[in-house]
Design a protein around this ligand. Structure first.
Ligand code: SIN
Length: 551
């Protein structure tokens, strides 16, 4: 089936939904999501949204905390622009119906997390993302111009360069091929503007607190289509996810430490005091590395997060989601410390975009966690992600609406999807096996502490797996599992190659071979150019080489 739309948005977290709401009065919007609309990382975000609350607030300290957490790699102009948009963004959210928690004086209750020198985080108890998602979903559902396609997964972007065999400079995005998962049909969607808001890639790692949908689809598609990616080595590991055999890496918000919880070893020793002046509220990379070190040194499976000194009623009232969830696993956090371990949480790199969220491919915007805007540098400051998602959604909407108002209104002719000679798979075990192998390999060799030897080992394995996936991809009908597998394999290789390029330790990238930071050579983004041509159809005439390029 062929469809056309003015704005094609892939992903329904804070970035995708807020972009949709910003443009929907002007044109037709197609909003695509792999599962249900609210199955997103935004919905799981606990901590909050960092923002200076009024126009007279202390922007400079938010800028400075962001620069320090990002180890001087964030782009100062982007940080300043993002932070200064804070008050406007909070007003937008309130206008869309988001209800942030208030204190006894009926003022907004600001919380604190790691790396913040002051309380500047708006929150809705410990379920901020859920409250934001609830309000935005209600608003998009109510808008007559927004059509929602749930259970649809994007396969690849359609680009001008591919169609016309033109050079990179003329590369322009014309839409995407999208698999209707229930009907097993690939839709050909022509769009004036395509927006990737597909979130992160925690599923590249064995342990992650991300939802199952976080398979880096937007980054992989954009890179295959020719867009450069940047800073992929900076995968953020959240220091504290619940360690329990039945809990699938349930996040324990950093706001718990923001409100006084302390990290301890099994014998009760608090270990952050001698690591950093901010102790348990040090930036996340430092805390995660300290936990990793303690676990390895003492041979422990986890460390403990202790809040038992706080009033039990306060804990239950302030952290109801965390309290109830832990209780359901038999742990009462008001009475005993929580067992915790780090897990993959946030991709600080992504598709390289300009200050309006536009990628190197014209009319292709990438916003939210899939983008590398320059805000996070080597380590994202806690609760800056929801802020970035909505700031760049607004900027991308502004630029696309400007261009939309002067466009001629025509659509390119694009070829429908062609399955070539693909048949039904008779060996799905390959897909399941490769999923597992990639995630284990990345966890063991490309985790919190790296080395050249481990990275090279990982690279040769991932390359073999990618080759196997490619063969499988051409031979059989695509499924969402296969599309995601292909994407996590691509992300794995991009992460490893970026890590090998950075010959220093900075923020989230720590390597035993270069344990110090190198300000002489290290203060630049790690950029990997996009694969030159996009493979947009399963035609047997195109074959990908190792790097995803058409050979
Ligand atoms: C948390 O609540 O700890 C997560 C917040 C974030 O990742 O910014």
């Amino acid at each position: 089936m062929k469809l056309t739309t003015d704005f094609l948005i892939i992903g329904t977290g804070i970035a995708g939904l807020s972009y949709a709401l910003k443009v929907a009065d002007k044109g037709r919007v197609m909003l695509v999501t792999k599962r249900q609309i609210d199955f997103t990382a935004t919905d799981l975000a606990q901590g909050g949204i960092a923002a200076v609350s009024d126009l007279d607030g202390d922007f400079e300290s938010h800028v400075s905390d962001t620069m320090v957490a990002g180890v001087d790699l964030p782009h100062r102009d982007i940080v300043e622009m993002t932070v200064r948009m804070g008050p406007q963004i909070i007003n937008d959210l309130i206008d869309w119906g988001v209800q942030f928690s208030r204190n006894a004086q009926n003022e907004y209750d600001m919380t604190r997390e790691g790396g913040h020198s002051e309380r500047r985080i708006f929150h809705a108890k410990d379920a901020t993302g859920h409250e934001i998602e609830r309000a935005l979903v209600a608003a998009v559902r109510a808008h007559p111009n927004i059509n929602i396609y749930e259970n649809h997964i994007a396969v690849d972007l359609i680009t001008h360069a591919k169609l016309e065999k033109k050079s990179d400079r003329e590369n322009r995005c014309l839409g995407a091929y999208i698999l209707d998962i229930a009907q097993h049909e690939v839709l050909t969607v022509g769009a004036r503007f395509t927006v990737l808001a597909t979130g992160g890639a925690g599923k590249v790692y064995l342990y992650t607190c991300n939802p199952d949908v976080a398979t880096g689809d937007g980054v992989a598609m954009a890179w295959r289509a020719g867009a450069a990616v940047a800073n992929m080595e900076f995968m953020q590991f959240h220091p504290t996810t619940l360690y329990h055999p039945n809990a699938k890496s349930f996040l324990i918000s950093e706001a718990v430490r923001g409100e006084g919880a302390v990290l301890r070893r099994r014998d009760g020793t608090a270990f952050m005091a001698d690591q950093h002046p901010l102790k348990d509220l040090a930036p996340r990379d430092i805390v995660a590395r300290a936990i990793d070190h303690q676990m390895k040194k003492y041979g422990d499976d986890c460390v403990f997060l202790d809040m038992t000194h706080q009033d039990a009623n306060y804990i239950r009232e302030r952290f109801p989601t965390i309290y109830e969830t832990c209780l359901s696993y038999g742990i009462d956090m008001t009475k005993e410390p929580l067992p915790v371990v780090p897990a993959a949480h946030y991709l600080c790199g992504g598709v390289q975009v300009d200050s309006y969220g536009e990628s190197g491919i014209r009319d292709l915007f990438v916003i939210g966690e899939s983008a590398c805007t320059g805000l996070h540098g080597a380590n994202r400051l806690a609760s800056n992600s929801l802020l970035e998602g909505i700031v760049f959604a607004s900027r991308a909407a502004e630029k696309s609406l400007q261009r939309f108002s002067t466009s001629d209104g025509g659509f390119h002719t694009i070829a429908p999807w062609d399955s070539g000679t693909a048949t039904n798979s008779d060996e799905e075990v390959i897909v399941a096996h490769n999923w597992d192998e990639i995630r284990r390999c990345m966890w063991n060799y490309v985790g919190i502490v790296r080395s050249n030897k481990r990275l090279n080992r990982a690279l040769s394995r991932i390359r073999l797996i990618r080759r196997e996936i490619q063969e499988y991809y051409w031979d059989f009908y695509i499924t969402s599992d296969l599309i995601e597998l292909r994407n996590i394999a691509t992300l794995a290789e991009l992460i490893i190659k970026s890590a090998l390029q950075r010959k220093e330790s900075r923020g989230l990238h720590f390597t035993l071979d270069y344990p110090e930071r190198d300000d002489q050579n290290g203060l630049v983004d790690t950029v990997i150019p996009g694969s030159r041509l996009s493979i947009t159809q399963k035609t047997r005439t195109d074959t990908e080489d190792d790097h995803g390029r058409i050979a």
